[in-house]
Each structure stands twice: as structure tokens, then as C-alpha cells.
Write a protein that binds this ligand. Structure first.
Ligand SMILES: Cc1ncc(COP(=O)(O)O)c(C=O)c1O
Length: 393
């Protein structure tokens, strides 16, 4: 078994229609055949350290026994039933997620994707307020559906729909003075990623989130935290709302929630929950028993294996040891980290992959983004540090 990706084409290449797959994703130059812990093994036997976790999804890493067994057991017991037929596992998943959040939310609507959670959050806010406008933040990514992409920064390049379903304005990131002008009596909701993901692990911080909460209360708008990427333990706390002590009206979350099984959720406050009634929201797969088993197993592992503490400790170690070679600084929180690079991030990413380490990039061209599984250890970080040192400044 070789220990690095040897390739002459280290940067992602466009997929080809010959695959049979729609050619909409640039392709990395290796195929994954299997995986264990934090390691991917390619079809050619190359071992790759995964610091990207499949876009922040593989929270428990690969081959986690408890999660795998929970899915097998649920598949044997009953793999699916509609939300209209009660199942104890569904109620347990909702209750445990609410408890885990440590926040005062009243109910959970289980769905399958982050965009779906955001779409429903926006719908509820627009319906509750009968207002025409949503404020978002520059650099934000909220998904690919009509409403979620309407509040995504820079989506014009691919939006495609003839018009947005509501008025949108984008606030300059972290600018407290600009909030009042964007969030007014016309505003139904503010949607914000407390730690922006695709933008490059940009932590908007407690002060900014508090200012959004205050302004929403002043004008009667709802505050939505999109914690699809930063939530469910990724930043070393259950949610950013928990970490910063700022309570939004809704939290959307996904990715780590299912550890690879499609699971997403919309947590709603008592005020929002009070407006829900039969027929208002719906989904086929959301809240299915397999999804609930995946969520419960992920929660159980995070709590019983002390993974929030692990994320905080190892994140701190990355920040202390990995400002070497092309890395000039770090940003973000927990395991949603950005390494600021003097060279273009795509070049550094390709060099790391050549050395057997998978990382991500961001819309900021000088950020290498790390989204590793929560089980990552210091010895893995040492491999990253040595590889960065080898690349040189
Ligand atoms: C912050 C954020 N919101 C929403 C989404 C969309 O989630 P999904 O791809 O599951 O629809 C993503 C996906 O990357 C995300 O990072």
C-alpha cells in the first residue's frame, strides 16, 4: 500500500459525461474504494488522510461501529414508515436533538437536506410575518433550492429561476453599523451562518450575532441560524447558538447529523412552533426511521466518546502547530477551520493531496478549509504540519 496520492493531475478535473454522471462536479484524481477512521483508501491502494470529511458530513469518521450497527439493526426492524405513522424512534430522535442543543426550542421538523431545512425556515418566517424581505450576509451559502439559493451570495451565476421568491439584501459581513439599514419593518427574517463555511471558515462572532438578535427583536423579524455546516458539534459545542449564547428563532442543521445518512432538521422556538399545524409542512424521507437511527447513533457517539472536547483540543493543536510553510494564519472555530495561505489555496491543496492529505478550498482563494471527522487526533495533525512544512512558504 502506498502512502500518498501519486498523480500528475493533482487538481480537480471536470467530470466527463462518459461517466454517465452529470458533469457538474470537478473530480479529484483518486477514487475511494474503502475507508477506516480518518483514512480513505483509493482504488489503487493509496491511503489518504481525510481532513475534509465529505464536505463536513463524516463526523464520526469511517467504519464507526455503533453507527453502523444502529443502521443495520434499524434496517432489520423497519427501514421506513411515513411521518403520519408514529414510531418511537422518531420521537426519541427529536427529543434527544432538542436536549443536545441545550437551547429552549420547542419542536423539530426532520427533513433530508440542509437546503430543505432552510427552505422551510424561510417559508415559516415569511408566512408568520407576511413581510416581503429577507436579509442575508455577504459570503453566505444556504443551498441550491429556490429560496435557499435566493439568500446565497453570488448565486446569480447559477440561480436559473426567472425571479427570486422574495426581496433579498446582503449585509456586509461583521459590519454592525449596516444592520439597521438592512433589517427593517419590511424584513421577515435574517438568515446567517454563525461561522460561514464555504466562504472560508469565517466566524461572525458573538457581538455580531447579538446585534442581529437585538435588531430582529426591535423590528419583529425572525432570526434563523443556518448551522448546516457549523452545527451539531463541529465547532466543539452542540451549536453556535449554544457557544455564543444567542438564541435564534430557528436553527437549520444537517451534514454531521447523519454521519453520511441524509438527515437534516429544523429546530423551532415556541413562538414558531405555535404557528405549525397539520399540513403546513411535509416531506417523504425526513424523519424516516433509518435517518433517526443515524442521528441517534451520531449523538450517542458524540456524547459517550467526548467528541466535543476532542474537537476543541485538537482544533487548538492545529492552530498552534500548523502555521508553517505556506500557512500564515488560521481562522474559524473547532473543526471548521481555514488555513490562510500565502500561495493560492488550490495550489496548496493539490500539494497536500500529492502528499496524501485531503483538504478543501473556499470561495476565498487563499483559504484551505479543514472539516475533519470529530475523531481526528494530534498524530494526524502532525502529518499535516510536516506536509505543510515540506511544501514551504
Ligand atoms: C451552511 C450551509 N447551508 C446549507 C447547505 C446546503 O445543504 P444541502 O447540500 O444538504 O442541501 C450547505 C451545504 O454545503 C451549507 O454549507
Amino acid at each position: 500500500m502506498r502512502d500518498a496520492v501519486s498523480t500528475t493531475a493533482p487538481t480537480a478535473q471536470p467530470g466527463t459525461p462518459a461517466d454517465g454522471l452529470a458533469p457538474v462536479y470537478a473530480q479529484y484524481p483518486f477514487e475511494v474504494a474503502s475507508a477506516e477512521g480518518v483514512w480513505l483508501v483509493s482504488a489503487r491502494g493509496e491511503r489518504v488522510l481525510d481532513l475534509y470529511g465529505g464536505h463536513a458530513v463524516a463526523a464520526l469518521g469511517y467504519g464507526h461501529r455503533g453507527w453502523t450497527e444502529a443502521l443495520i439493526a434499524q434496517a432489520r426492524a423497519c427501514q421506513f414508515q411515513t411521518n403520519a405513522i408514529p414510531m418511537p424512534i422518531r420521537a426519541r430522535a427529536a427529543r434527544r436533538l432538542l436536549e443536545f442543543s441545550g437551547l429552549d426550542f420547542a419542536s423539530v421538523f426532520l427533513v433530508s437536506t440542509g437546503a430543505e431545512a432552510n427552505e422551510n425556515a424561510l417559508r415559516l418566517a415569511l408566512r408568520m410575518t407576511s413581510r416581503p424581505h429577507v436579509a442575508a450576509v455577504e459570503g453566505a451559502f444556504h443551498g441550491r433550492t429556490a429560496a435557499a439559493s435566493a439568500v446565497t451570495w453570488g448565486a446569480e451565476a447559477w440561480y436559473g429561476f426567472p425571479r427570486k421568491p422574495f426581496d433579498v439584501s446582503f449585509m456586509p459581513r461583521g459590519n454592525l453599523a449596516a444592520i439597521d439599514e438592512h433589517v427593517t419593518e419590511r424584513t421577515a427574517a435574517v438568515i446567517v451562518e454563525p461561522v460561514q463555511g464555504l466562504a472560508g471558515a469565517v466566524d461572525l462572532g458573538a457581538q455580531y450575532l447579538w446585534a442581529l438578535r437585538r435588531r430582529c427583536d426591535q423590528v419583529g423579524a425572525l432570526l434563523i441560524f443556518d448551522e448546516v455546516q457549523c452545527g451539531f458539534g463541529r465547532i466543539g459545542a452542540p451549536f453556535a447558538a449554544t457557544l455564543y449564547g444567542v438564541a435564534p428563532d430557528m436553527i437549520s442543521t444537517a451534514k454531521a447529523l447523519g454521519n453520511g445518512f441524509p438527515v437534516a432538521a429544523l429546530l423551532t422556538s415556541a413562538k414558531v412552533s405555535a404557528t405549525l399545524k397539520v399540513g403546513l409542512l411535509g416531506t417523504t424521507y425526513g424523519g424516516g426511521p433509518m435517518a433517526c437511527a443515524a442521528l441517534l447513533a451520531a449523538l450517542e457517539a458524540i456524547e459517550s466518546e467526548g467528541l466535543l472536547g476532542n474537537v476543541r483540543r485538537v482544533s487548538d493543536y492545529i492552530r498552534r502547530t500548523c502555521v508553517v510553510g505556506p500557512v500564515t494564519a488560521t481562522q474559524g472555530e473547532g473543526f471548521l477551520l481555514g488555513l490562510r495561505t500565502s500561495a493560492p489555496a488550490k495550489h496548496v491543496q493539490a500539494e497536500l493531496l500529492r502528499r496524501g492529505i485531503l483538504t478543501g478550498t473556499a470561495t476565498d482563494p487563499n483559504i484551505v478549509r479543514l472539516l475533519p471527522p470529530f475523531i481526528l487526533q494530534e498524530q494526524h495533525v502532525d502529518l499535516l504540519r510536516d506536509a505543510l512544512t515540506g511544501i514551504g512558504a
